[in-house]
Ligand binder design. Structure first.
Ligand code: SME
Length: 151
């Protein structure tokens, strides 16, 4: 079942009462996983000191704990501060395969005051899993998290 705009209201009511970014990332991951047949949904946050991404709240199989700057889809979204859609991960040079079951991936940066503080990462076992409409809804969800972000 793809993500539909109706989920935005549920996310809003979940996070409007909570300031903790960790709590909000955790519930967003859980809600997205419950709604859609994703393989993995979760967040990596920026570790400025070590110049890498570190695993945050997620749902799904065990994942890579740290992602190097300059390598992989998450790092690309971090660097470009833009959504990255990868219809076939096998064709993305430098893709970091935390799971061999993932075939497509979507990464949306979480930006606060123009700076990327985290990324939302979603993996699917299907190729080309993410529709344009779905990406828009997910970007809207990320914008709600940005509005509530507490560093
Ligand atoms: N595939 C990602 C790594 C994170 S996992 O998919 C959970 C990447 O290339 O950055």
């Amino acid at each position: 079942m793809p993500i539909t705009p109706s989920i935005i209201k549920s996310i809003e009511s979940l996070i409007e009462i909570e300031k903790s970014s960790v709590a909000n990332m955790a519930n967003i991951s859980a809600l997205l996983m419950a709604e859609a047949n994703y393989h993995w949904v979760g967040f990596y946050t920026v570790d400025e000191e070590n110049d890498e991404l570190v695993l945050g709240p997620f749902q799904g199989p065990i994942a890579c704990t740290r992602l190097r700057h300059g390598l992989g889809v998450c790092a690309k979204a971090w660097d470009d501060a833009k959504t990255v859609v990868v219809p076939d991960v096998n064709k993305f040079e430098g893709h970091v395969a935390c799971s061999s079951h993932s075939n497509s991936e979507l990464v949306i940066p979480v930006k606060v005051d123009g700076k990327v503080v985290a990324v939302l990462d979603i993996d699917s076992v299907e190729f080309n899993a993410f529709t344009r409409k779905e990406i828009k809804v997910l970007e809207k969800i990320v914008s709600k998290l940005e509005d509530r972000w507490e560093g």
